[in-house]
Design a protein around this ligand. Structure first.
Ligand SMILES: [Zn+2]
Length: 329
């Protein structure tokens, strides 16, 4: 992996990207289901983003992430979108993920409504899908990166395409949580820019792009009852150029071409589990492991070779994670 788009409610990922030499966008999350507190939430977000933006680098940028339609009020969505448009900040939102979210939007029932009621917050369901709701609020005008899009229908897909919004397809998280399978091929044929995502360690034990590409291939072949589509090369494209297009970085990275940045990984296909190699693309997608990556370079700078990360102390990070984990036990 050379580039990471992360959403989080601290600047942790932003600082980690800078320190590790990775390229990426850190989308600062904002929450706030109570419409009366929208201005307060926005001003908090503004302050956080301002302090991060002074530390932006050519490789690492800041975006904003109004979390989901069930954790952010319509008022806050509108204000964050206006702010993002005015400040040219990229926007990322978890959207159309589950049946519970669909119920919340269309019927005003289910677990998310119960959670709001527990906090004394009323919810007047708009009676439309998440995507149509975002359209009505003007959110799609910022062409957000929409994470999931599992429950989207034909109309939603056309709407996403019309606004040139982008989609992060997270097949493993969607499967693990029992949410379903996003209509990858329909979204792609509508011309939507789609890349692969992992969601997060909360819903996905491995944040590993190769295994996401493999899972996407297996799932969509199973659904389509087609052993050729998506092909290995389409899946590899999804994991590389697909992601670059989603992040608006396709003129800079995503493929090895003269004039682009030297963001490169090398995968060792000589190990036994990859043998025999008849088709390198098929081996990368269907048999290689994350641990077969033996070299990573970002913008011409080597950050990983053999088994060693040169920019951060991996042992110290493992020890710190263990220490933090013990605090929760
Ligand atoms: Zn998510």
């Amino acid at each position: 992996v050379t580039t990471v788009a992360d959403t989080g409610d601290s600047r942790g990922a932003f600082d980690a990207l800078r320190q590790s030499g990775l390229r990426g966008i850190a989308y600062r999350e904002v929450f706030g289901p109570d419409p009366l507190k929208a201005e307060e939430s926005l001003s908090g977000l503004r302050k956080q983003v301002e302090t991060m933006r002074v530390d932006e680098t050519p490789l690492v940028r800041v975006g904003v992430s109004p979390h989901t339609p069930f954790t952010v009020s319509a008022e806050l969505f509108k204000r964050v979108t206006e702010y993002a448009l005015a400040e040219s900040l990229d926007v990322c939102i978890h959207a159309a993920e589950s049946e519970s979210e669909r119920q919340f939007m269309l019927e005003g029932t289910g677990e998310f409504v119960d959670r709001l009621e527990e906090r004394g917050i009323g919810w007047d369901a708009p009676g439309i899908s998440t995507i149509k709701y975002f359209e009505s609020l003007g959110v799609l005008g910022r062409r957000p990166l929409l994470v999931h899009c599992v429950t989207v229908n034909y109309d939603d897909i056309q709407t996403i395409a019309t606004y040139e919004a982008r989609v992060a397809h997270c097949p493993k998280s969607n499967a693990k949580l029992g949410h379903g399978v996003a209509p990858l091929l329909s979204m792609q044929s509508a011309g939507i820019r789609v890349g692969l995502g992992t969601d997060s360690a909360v819903s996905n034990n491995r944040c590993d792009l190769l295994s996401e590409a493999r899972m996407a291939g297996l799932m969509h072949r199973a659904i389509c009852k087609d052993n050729r589509s998506p092909s290995s090369s389409e899946l590899l494209e999804l994991a590389t150029m697909g992601g670059a297009r989603c992040l608006g970085l396709d003129s800079v990275i995503g493929s090895l071409e003269p004039g682009k940045q030297a963001d490169v990984i090398a995968i060792d296909l000589s190990r036994l589990h990859n043998k025999p190699v008849n088709d390198a693309e098929a081996s990368i997608i269907f048999s290689s492991l994350a641990s077969d990556v033996v070299f990573t370079m970002i913008a011409g700078r080597e950050v990983f070779a053999g088994a060693t990360v040169s920019t951060v102390d991996e042992k110290a990070i493992v020890a710190e994670v263990d220490r933090l984990h013990r605090k929760f036990l």
